[in-house]
Design a protein around this ligand. Structure first.
Ligand SMILES: Cc1cc2nc3c(=O)[nH]c(=O)nc-3n(C[C@H](O)[C@H](O)[C@H](O)COP(=O)(O)O)c2cc1C
Length: 114
């Protein structure tokens, strides 16, 4: 069964991790991109009013992405493994959030890539 590596990357770190995984698993790559790209100012975590700060504080906030991914595909019968990169946080919260949002799917392992 072919593996698909799906990733979102604001500054390129997760993209590099995804490319590494794709090579390792001989997998295809799919990049989720936002409808409105993030500027450097949007990504300033020290600014309490920046786009990323506001989005991170509001769990219901969900930036529009170009096209759709999970909602547009039936992933039944697949095992969904989660990976992430971070400055220091764990991947577990993201994994649990995804599991809760899409309980109909089979969730496998989670891995921090740095
Ligand atoms: C706006 C912003 C907020 C961030 N918040 C956190 C955080 O709360 N915890 C953490 O471990 N890393 C945090 N980071 C660091 C990124 O998660 C980390 O650099 C990650 O590897 C970036 O991945 P990317 O280059 O694929 O976007 C933050 C980075 C940005 C730009």
């Amino acid at each position: 069964m072919k593996t698909l590596i799906v990733y979102f990357s604001a500054t390129g770190t997760t993209k590099a991790a995804a490319q590494k995984l794709a090579k390792e698993f001989n997998a295809d790559l799919y990049e989720i991109t936002p409808e409105v790209p993030y500027s450097a100012a949007d990504l300033d975590w020290r600014d309490k009013t920046s786009r990323s700060t506001i989005e991170m504080q509001d769990k219901t906030s969900r930036p529009a992405i170009k096209g759709r991914f999970i909602e547009a595909h039936d992933l039944s019968g697949k095992t969904l493994n989660v990976f992430a990169t971070s400055g220091g946080s764990n991947v577990k919260d993201s994994y649990n959030d995804l599991k809760m949002a899409y309980p109909q799917y089979t969730w496998g392992e989670s891995q921090l890539m740095n």
